[in-house]
Write a new protein. Sequence first.
Length: 287
Amino acid sequence: MSITGKARIAGVMGWPVAHSRSPACHGYWLERYRIDGAYVPLPVRPENLEAALRALPLLGFAGVNLTLPHKEAALGLVDRVDAEARRIGAVNTISVEADGTLTATNTDGFGFLESLRASAPNWQAAKGPAVVLGAGGAARAVVAALLDAGVPEIRLLNRTAARADALRDALAGPIRTESWDARDALAGANALVNTTTLGMTGAADLEINLDALPEAALVTDLVYAPLETPLLKAAKARGHRTVDGLGMLLHQARPGFRTWFGRDPDVTDALRAHVVGDAGAAGNAAE
């Protein structure tokens, strides 16, 4: 598909940003739907984020995604932040309005739930507690989404207790913080979600014993490089249903693509294969 002078332009800002799989995802959709547009990586240093965002309307951009380390900083740099991004405390999608102002949202929670619906359609959130490992930005989105889906209790484990307590207090609801070594928190759980980078290619392993986790529990890992993490491999060996992290990345991209390019895209096996095959990624979801 050729690009004309009328092309719609969007991209992803991060520092670094070369690892992002978002250009592969959006580029696939642009080609598939024969849309006159482009989606480009935008390496932006943290100290230049405000200037870069304010340049978007001047350069004719329809919007951008944000990845690390910009998601939290952008909250105070845009004109409007919707309720979901305020609640999560981070931004991952920005749209340029007709008047040049910037509107921000967070689609990570949407992407997480859509990934579960696609890969584990019979899983029912209300059937029991969910154990969430980590308390960073991804964890905030996941916890908010799980609460909205009807999970009766969140058991939150993080290496830094103060960070877990801050997440609990910010989101409210039935959230119980536990020490990182409190693996008995798995007993009776209906789901286990790893939102940390442990188990990612090049990172330390996630050391966890799943013996206390009921066999019917769902296990999902936001890491998608490798696609089958040690956690997912161990869970499969015990008979658990598992969901990898790639689905969240792909589904969280849908709302932005719809806003910027006017088409609600599909997440297909062909898209997954394209993104996986596009230069082995190293990262975790929503980047």
